[in-house]
Ligand binder design. Structure first.
Ligand code: CMC
Length: 431
């Protein structure tokens, strides 16, 4: 970070403090409060980090008002239309679009790391068959630390590189096997002649009894879903990965923490929750009832797939996802899909309602992804694992950036304490 000439003045109890202000390449200025406690003896208070930049980063930029998402400067709609997932992985990890030879080498490296240690099968078999695939993924990814000791030394750049490649390469196998275990079918091994998305579809849907032909249009749609979820700057799961890693924990443990955070319905779990909501609504005539519930302060119900902490305009990923949903349903000959009809009508009615427009609540990436995934044959329980596999490259890129940053120190937020002050212990017979 370069030294800044700009400052902000803060007056506390009549005394003034000059704070440096940093200007980013894009986005709002940032007031640097790192020395504030030392100088003024006060903390800042920002639950949910609504006004706090937790790090500096060069990976992803979001302009929430414009509805813009850039990876290393490239707009997501261009990447979704012209690039493909592994190229986007390279871009996120290394900062530039690769030349042909570099891309080929990277793709070969990822392809050669897709198999899991054979012993990991027994780890899967310890889970109940009805375990949610996300529960399996949290456990199995955390367990990678026990299987791949030779890439857990975060001080060694080579080991960091190998860990990054392993995580990106093995995640489709881990997610597909979680699905296979959940459904009671045999595990399917990866195949090196297939591209990343086709390989994942085959590991999910093929069975030993018959050959599985990967449909190139579905594989392209799968690849686009991976691309659209690849990174999203300092969201809850990415911040979890960064915080876990700030203590020096190994990358597999940190990504397992990210997966656990992603699982929640306010974050990655929203795609499953959204499809379940569309199913529950069931028909277009019941939409007003659900819109009224979402607007009712006394009802905890929220329109899943609507709203975003950063986007106060259309989520650019949702626009691409909506087109993809139309293409996939058309290809599969699924006409008049009731959930798609409910989704389209719900989007229209919500966007005509002042409650949603005034609060700037627009459809997010999860609003249409579930419809595509269901049409491809995935059960709702696999939606969030697919998000986790796509986001792994984002977690890994942010983790690598953080470890390489000389300013990196353990994350240790403070608090506004509102509990009892010092008091004497009372013996049990006197309480
Ligand atoms: N339905 C109805 N009302 C909503 C919704 C919604 N989906 N989202 C926000 N609001 C209201 C909320 O009640 C609040 O109203 P008021 O100001 O009157 O109290 C206002 O809008 C602002 O909401 P907030 O909770 O302060 O906003 P936030 O930035 O903390 O939350 C969010 C963002 C994504 C958690 C929230 O919009 C939400 O719960 N959405 C539904 C879940 C969802 O789709 N999540 C996926 C996010 S995109 C994928 C990802 O990044 O993981």
């Amino acid at each position: 970070m370069t030294e800044s000439n700009k400052t902000a003045t803060l007056t506390i109890h009549g005394k003034e403090y000059e704070l440096p202000v940093h200007s980013p390449t894009a986005g709002p200025d940032v007031v640097d409060i790192r020395k504030l406690y030392g100088q003024a003896g006060v903390f800042t208070y920002d639950p949910g980090f609504t006004s706090t930049a937790s790090c500096d980063s060069t990976i992803t930029y979001i302009d929430g008002d414009k509805g813009e998402l850039l990876h290393r400067g490239y707009p997501i709609d261009q990447l979704a239309a012209k690039s493909h997932f592994l190229e986007v992985c390279y871009l996120l990890l290394y900062g530039e679009l690769p030349e042909a030879k570099a891309l080929e080498t990277f793709e070969t490296t990822i392809t050669r790391h897709t198999m899991l240690h054979e012993q990991m099968q027994y780890f899967y078999r310890g889970f109940r068959r009805d375990a949610h695939p996300m529960a399996i993924m949290v456990g199995v990814v955390g367990a990678m630390s026990a299987f791949y000791h030779d890439s857990t030394d975060i001080a060694d750049p080579h080991q960091r590189e190998v860990a990054s490649h392993r995580l990106i390469a093995k995640m489709p196998t881990i997610a597909a096997w979680a699905y296979k275990y959940h459904t009671g079918q045999p595990f399917v091994y990866p195949r090196n002649d297939l591209d990343y998305a086709s390989n994942f579809l085959r590991m999910c849907f093929s069975v030993p009894a018959e050959e599985y032909e990967v449909n190139p249009i579905l594989s392209r749609a799968m690849d686009r879903i991976f691309t659209l979820h690849a990174d999203h700057e300092q969201n809850a799961s990415t911040s979890t990965v960064r915080l876990a890693s700030s203590s020096g924990a190994n990358p597999f443990a940190c990504v397992a923490a990210g997966i656990a955070c992603l699982w929640g319905p306010a974050h990655g779990g929203a795609n499953q929750a959204c499809l379940e909501m569309l199913e529950e609504i069931g028909s277009v005539d019941r939409i007003p009832e659900y819109i009224n519930r979402a607007k009712d302060k006394d009802d905890p119900f929220r329109l899943m797939g609507f709203g975003h902490r950063v986007y106060k305009n259309f989520d650019p990923r949702a626009t691409v996802m909506k087109q993809s949903a139309d293409e996939v349903l058309d290809l599969l000959g699924i006409e008049n899909n009731p959930k798609l009809q409910v989704a389209k009508a719900l989007e229209k009615q919500a966007l005509e309602d002042p409650y949603f427009t005034e609060k700037k609540l627009f459809p997010n990436v999860d609003f249409y992804s579930g419809i595509i995934l269901e049409a491809m044959g995935f059960p709702t329980s696999m939606f969030t694992p697919i998000f986790a596999l796509s986001r792994t490259v984002g977690w890994v890129s942010q983790w690598k950036e953080m470890i390489a940053d000389p300013q990196n120190k353990i994350g240790r937020p403070r608090q506004l304490y509102l509990g009892e002050t010092n008091r004497d212990y009372v013996d049990i017979e006197k309480r």
